[in-house]
Ligand binder design. Structure first.
Ligand SMILES: Cc1cc2nc3c(=O)[nH]c(=O)nc-3n(C[C@H](O)[C@H](O)[C@H](O)COP(=O)(O)OP(=O)(O)OC[C@H]3O[C@@H](n4cnc5c(N)ncnc54)[C@H](O)[C@@H]3O)c2cc1C
Ligand code: FES
Ligand code: FES
Length: 1267
């Protein structure tokens, strides 16, 4: 056969040699096999949405294994003979859902649903490996699946419901029948997984081999010795090093049986090079109790935090070591641990045909691997007196590479070190492996406090960390490495003080748990009912359709932006001739091809937006700015071609990347400056007892929607049909029409749903819609513009960074009387950011009454993309500023912040910063109840006691508030409700966009209530511009309730229209009633437009109030932290759907945790390019960053007179509460500074407060490293 053969969901697929060697299984599934249920986002094995399971047996075994892998890095030609299951194969609407799909839907573990198929398939693989799973194992195995919407708790609950030991209602273990038994479709017997044959394929771009023995491998390598060869196993390394290659020859090692060896004897354990990291862990655990191998316990524990479960399933030990070999700077945990243990590698030379063993260091530095293959790793037995420990310190809990990693092998008897220890470090520099001077120093020493101190100093002296913009600072990496040495030596010394011994242990994270309490108001059912999301099952089965899942149109072209690679320059020329020569490239368009106006922003009734060029015509303002668009027949060709477009620039300037630099260069948009004075601040300053000053800094945040931005434009009869992933269909319609100079009725827009938006799809998709529509119009072909993750991060606006300087005056009791603030908001290259500074000012009071304010908001220009709304763009900075002020006041008064904040809470009837009278304010009620339920006062005492007992671990608790003013801005939303007369089924279309917030569910609840029909017979259809024109943007938390109100209005019209028929036929069931209505010529379709005049204050219709209690613990030596417990109480009035609203609260809070603790955006200071442009470097929270104990309570018995059905909005308020995670960490660090130095200072607030910033804020030095 001239190709490969494999099975997907039991069906045979034969693939010829016509694909490129680099084609991934994911591309094949989605683009050729029509299996779009498997999603794609990062293409770097870092997000998990592309998970599938594979079933195969290793060549040395008859035992089939099923496990999950990331299809985005799995090469298509590697799957010959494999059996693959995708989300479509395990369950569907038609065949019936699989229990995992049912469970995740039932537990409301889906919001936008984009991550869901990956979650399900990861669990499916896991249950194959371990049907009797424990809750802890479930938690440990979701390290590689990112969900931006849910906050993970609901997903983990759903998955833990399969665990025998989980305390989850409705738990039930998986039935073994529900796990596909892998029957071979050919024989009907259990699949042997061995259909795989040796392969020799001449592909389009390279030759692909799959040898089945070392001899064959050797021959292939010899035959191709002059070509660039790539040995391939899991291919996961392409997730990190994407630009290695190109290669002429690929050799798949999966079939080489000699690489799978496993031998154990008294002296060593030998693992074949192709042993996956998952199997390495299993094998080490199997031997860890044997004499000499107890260090396997530490190694396997450490391996469990290497990469993520799917990388460990697919990637092998040799692959990891070879990454280190080719990229010396790679902080390989595997190499580190093996070298420290004195392991060896076995290497086969294809030239000599011989094997040799080599030390790890010789392998790394002396062996030429170009004609060689790793065949095995040999782990030695270590003497009983050896103490072995290893560490990995990372920016988030899991699936992150190390800032610094370290392994120690110390032969010690009593306190005497017997010989030379091994101290191996990663993350310092490409050259540094061993801390040789420290090893020399410690050799044969008798440990004592003095020796410890000298070892510490010796290590510091020999460390010279490299400096680059992406890594943590050299100082932190040095501090970390020496801190880890201190931890180890401390563990070996008898310490008098139990306090000091807290430096020895790592932070311990038990299995997490959650609790949710809420009230369901039955009078309005199914409104107010805690129903799971309506589309949960189809999302869980991969059947929910996103724009990029739409099948390819005839003649469709793929578009890729050409991006500026400088941040400030004049364009001299753009030359696309080389790109256009590439086979498959059809067009290149730039500014000069624009027919209408070169501007993708619009000026409508709601927003007056500064014009933004679609393609830069003369000046470049930020690195990543689109300069043009390449069209080609495939995505891959378009991507390659875009890199061939040559741009010449003049006047290239050093970019301005911070507000401080902007201020120094006088780059304020002075016309946009905002000033706000409330009360009489000047007078108030005369009356205060004390004052504090401080600075609050916050960086940016990328939205990290799992569905990257996409627009598909299809020329049709008399117009262009546009499919867009936008929160703002009108803006896209406007931009598309504007760019080609046509009226709005030339653009038919459809928005099926979004894989997350978070504000990032409010303004930015207009750019894509304009570009794809222009391209479709000019080429007269359908054009798909799907922007990859790295480009999304480079091109699109993000959360606005800022620096705020404040001064607050207060009484002795802590009553804050006056605040002066100057905010410098980073607006990007236009003044577009002014609106977020504006919002920040309006949200700055949060739950606290300050009678006098004097605020200046400066809108600063930088060489970055204009900032854009990002979930709660006003409350996030506002919360950070006011909560920091309150904490600073408390510090000055030597009081706990909880008590100072409490004094300042709003009382009913007070006027807020915007001048609204808060007649219905519930913040005091929320606060009081929460404080009681969360037992804050008792826990404060416990924290105090803990901190006294522990020098190197500190805990803290704080409370935070939110007052979120809900503004029903814009014209409103319309809905059309249609009843099909023949059977009574109901369809709704409306102007809101479903992006995970549960809008469709709430709409269906409203219609079901009015019509008195079961909600199951209602379908909510995708938003379309023709049926829902002039729709307001779905953002600012208002769309769900507004769309529901519109649908209720339309349903009400129908109900009234049908009333006479009902009167005539009081006993008719619903179907009969509908049939009779149709027979009586009633129009069974009605539209209602919900104008935004809900009553109450004309500017803020009402306020949502929440409060949170956050307890954290910090490791002072490393800066790592964990959130021990969070309690949130939210006043959502009579929640429209408490289950969905709790999901929004959890998701918002965790997005806040990312903003305040882990998500750091870094730039190249010379080119202005964003360096954190993928999952390897940008770190949104994962499952173990969530609170260990997480309790959400909705305030009962509080109907909202101004909200839809007495409810309140919930999408954005909770995110600001997460400031508490940062502030609690800071309090813990301040407690450490007090202990260590007697300091009483207030550590500056700087978000994201990464482990690096946290540890560095303590200012440790050797004088305090007591024993
Ligand atoms: C998201 C992510 C996170 C990660 N995090 C970490 C981490 O925290 N710490 C860490 O240490 N690692 C980490 N890794 C690295 C991971 O462990 C490796 O990607 C994996 O082990 C590589 O195995 P593979 O089979 O996929 O190798 P491949 O990608 O197939 O190959 C990698 C390299 O090894 C070569 N190669 C493979 N087998 C052989 C052989 N037998 N002989 C000679 N050359 C060979 C290949 O030619 C290639 O150069 C991470 C990877 C990813 C994708
Ligand atoms: S798309 Fe494969 S892991 Fe992200
Ligand atoms: S539901 Fe997980 S990313 Fe949206």
């Amino acid at each position: 056969m001239s190709g490969i053969r494999f099975h997907v969901n039991g069906k045979e697929h034969r693939v010829p040699q016509s694909f490129a060697a680099t084609t991934s299984l994911n591309e094949y599934l989605r683009e050729s096999a029509g299996l779009n249920g498997t999603k794609v986002m990062c293409k770097e094995a870092g997000c998990g949405c592309c998970a599938v399971t594979v079933t195969l047996a290793a060549p040395d075994s008859d035992k089939l294994k099923t496990f999950s892998v990331q299809s985005c890095v799995t090469p298509l030609y590697a799957v010959d003979g494999w059996q693959i299951s995708t989300i479509e194969g395990i369950g569907s609407q038609r065949k019936g859902y699989h229990p995992i799909q049912e469970r995740i839907a039932k537990f409301n573990g889906t919001q936008c649903g984009y991550c869901t198929p990956g979650m399900v398939m990861n669990m499916y693989g896991l249950l194959h490996q371990k049907p009797n799973i424990t809750a802890q194992e479930v938690e440990d195995n979701f390290d590689g699946n990112i969900c931006r919407c849910t906050g993970y708790r609901s997903i983990l609950d759903a998955m833990k419901s399969f665990a025998g030991d989980a305390n989850i209602p409705d738990s039930k273990a998986i039935d073994i029948e529900d796990l596909n038994m892998n029957l071979c479709p050919k024989t009907g017997e259990a699949c042997t997984g061995k259909c795989g044959q040796s392969l020799d394929l001449q592909l389009n771009d390279a030759r692909w081999y799959r040898p089945t023995s070392l001899d064959q491998l050797s021959k292939v390598m010899k035959d191709n010795k002059n070509k660039k060869i790539r040995l391939v196993f899991g291919n996961t390394s392409t997730g990190i090093y994407k630009d290695d290659g190109p290669y002429g020859v690929y050799i798949d090692l999966h079939g080489v049986k000699e690489l799978y060896s496993y031998e154990v004897n008294e002296k060593s354990v030998r693992l074949g090079a192709a042993t996956t990291l998952t199997h390495v862990i299993e094998r080490l655990k199997a031997n860890q109790k044997k004499p000499g191998f107890k260090y396997f316990h530490d190694v396997s524990k450490h391996l469990k935090v290497v990469a993520n479960v799917m990388v460990r399933n697919g990637g092998c030990i040799a692959g990891n070591l070879m990454i280190k070999y080719w990229h010396k700077e790679f902080p390989s945990d595997v190499f580190l641990m093996l070298e420290c243990a004195g392991a060896q590698v076995e290497i086969f030379s294809s030239t000599s045909g011989k094997k040799e063993t080599s030390s790890m260091m010789d392998f790394l530095n002396k062996v030429d691997m170009t004609d060689r293959v790793l065949t095995a790793v040999i782990l030695p037995c270590l003497a009983d007196h050896v103490v072995y420990r290893s560490f990995k310190i990372t920016p988030r809990w899991q699936n992150a590479h190390a800032y610094v990693n370290a392994a120690f092998n110390i032969p010690i008897e009593g306190l005497v070190i017997k010989g030379r220890p091994s101290v191996v470090l990663g993350g310092i520099s490409a050259d540094m492996v061993h801390a040789t001077k420290t090893e020399d120093f410690l050799a044969n020493k008798t440990l004592s406090p003095a020796v410890l101190k000298e070892a510490y100093t010796t290590l510091r002296d020999e460390l010279i960390p490299t400096q680059n913009s992406l890594e943590a600072t050299p100082k932190y990496r040095k501090d970390l490495a020496s801190g880890l040495l201190y931890k180890v030596l401390l563990s070996l010394l008898p310490s008098k003080s139990s306090q000091v011994r807290s430096g020895v242990e790592d932070l311990h994270r038990p299995t997490s748990s959650g609790l949710q309490t809420y009230q369901e108001m039955i009078y309005d059912f199914p409104i107010h009912k805690g129903l799971p999301k309506k589309e949960g099952p189809v999302q869980a089965a991969g059947e929910a359709m996103f724009v990029n899942d739409m099948p390819k149109f005839q003649n469709e072209l793929y578009a890729v932006f050409v991006l500026a690679d400088v941040a400030s320059a004049t364009i001299e020329s753009i030359d696309a001739s080389e790109a256009l020569k590439l086979a498959g490239v059809t067009h290149f368009f730039s500014a000069k091809d624009i027919i209408g106006e070169n501007n993708y922003m619009f000026a409508g009734s709601l927003f007056q937006l500064t014009p933004h060029e679609l393609f830069a015509s003369k000046e470049v303002f930020f690195n990543g700015q689109p300069l043009g668009l390449v069209l080609a027949e495939t995505q891959a060709v378009a991507t390659t071609a875009a890199k061939l477009v040559k741009v010449t620039y003049s006047k290239i300037c050093t970019p301005v990347l911070s507000v401080e630099q902007s201020l120094a260069k006088d780059m304020e948009f002075k016309d946009a400056r905002i000033t706000k004075v409330v009360g009489t601040p000047d007078e108030a300053w005369k009356t205060v007892d004390q004052q504090v000053e401080g600075t609050v800094k916050m960086g940016s945040q990328y939205h990290f929607y799992m569905e990257t931005q996409v627009s598909l434009a299809v020329p049709s009869e008399d117009s262009i049909d546009v499919y867009s992933s936008t929160q703002n269909s009108d803006s896209c319609q406007d931009a598309a029409a504007q760019i080609i100079g046509k009226p709005l009725n030339f653009i038919n827009i459809t928005v099926p749903r979004l894989g997350g938006g978070f504000g990032g799809k409010v303004f930015e998709p207009a750019m894509l819609t304009a570009a794809s529509s222009l391209a479709a119009y000019l080429s007269d072909q359908p054009v798909r513009l799907n922007v990859d993750l790295a480009s999304c991060i480079r091109i699109f606006g993000k959360r606005q960074p800022f620096v705020a300087k404040y001064k607050a005056g207060f009484t002795q009791e802590g009553d804050v009387k006056v605040v002066d603030v100057e905010i410098l908001g980073d607006s990007g290259y236009t003044d577009h950011g002014a609106m977020y500074t504006h919002e920040c000012i309006h949200f700055m009071d949060m739950g606290y009454f300050v009678p006098n304010w004097n605020i200046v908001g400066k809108v600063m220009q930088t060489n970055k993309k204009s900032m854009t709304p990002t979930r709660a763009p006003g409350t996030v900075p506002g919360a950070l500023i006011i909560e920091s002020i309150m904490e600073n006041v408390a510090k000055a008064l030597n009081k706990h912040p909880v008590f100072v904040k409490e004094i300042n809470l709003y009382q009913k009837g007070q006027k807020d910063i915007m001048g609204h009278t808060l007649n219905n304010c519930t913040i005091r009620d929320v606060w009081r109840r929460l404080k009681d339920i969360a037992e804050v006062e008792g826990r404060l005492r416990q924290v105090e006691a803990f901190n006294q007992e522990n020098k190197w671990k500190k805990r803290a608790i704080t409370m935070t508030t939110c007052k979120y003013h809900m503004n029903h801005y814009g014209p409103g939303l319309g809905a059309t409700v249609t009843i099909y007369g023949r059977d009574g089924s109901v369809a709704v279309t409306q102007g809101g966009v479903e992006m995970g917030q549960g809008l469709y569910t709430k709409v269906a609840q409203g219609v079901a209530h009015v019509l008195g029909v079961p909600w199951e017979i209602i379908k909510v259809k995708p938003m379309q511009g023709i049926s829902s024109p002039n729709s307001m943007v779905s953002g600012g938390s208002i769309a769900s309730e507004s769309a529901m109100q519109a649908a209720i209005g339309a349903a009400q019209i129908l109900k009234e229209r049908m009333a006479p028929i009902r009167e005539k036929f009081p006993d008719a069931d619903w179907k009969e009633l509908c049939q009779k209505s149709e027979a009586n010529k009633l129009d069974l379709s009605a539209r209602f437009f919900n104008r935004h005049e809900l009553g109450g204050d004309p500017v803020a219709n009402y306020h949502t109030y929440c409060a949170g209690v956050i307890e954290t613990e910090v490791d002072i030596l490393t800066g790592e932290s964990q959130i021990r417990r969070v309690d949130i109480m939210a006043d959502y009035g009579e929640s429209l759907n408490p289950v969905i609203d709790i999901g929004q609260t959890e998701g918002g809070f965790i997005m806040g945790v990312g903003c305040f603790l882990t998500e750091d955006t870094k730039f190249d200071k010379d080119t202005g390019r964003i360096l954190t442009d993928g999952t390897w470097n940008y770190k949104p929270p994962t499952t173990k960053d969530i609170p260990i104990d997480w309790r959400i309570h909705l305030l009962p018995d509080t109907p909202n007179p101004f909200g839809v059905r007495s409810s309140k909005a919930c999408g954005e308020p909770s995110i600001g509460l997460a400031t508490g995670a940062l502030l609690a960490n800071k309090q813990a660090l301040e407690a450490a500074r007090k202990d260590l130095f007697g300091a009483k200072d207030f550590i500056p607030v700087d978000a994201p407060f990464t482990p690096e910033k946290a540890q560095q804020s303590v200012g440790l030095d050797e004088s305090v490293l007591a024993v």
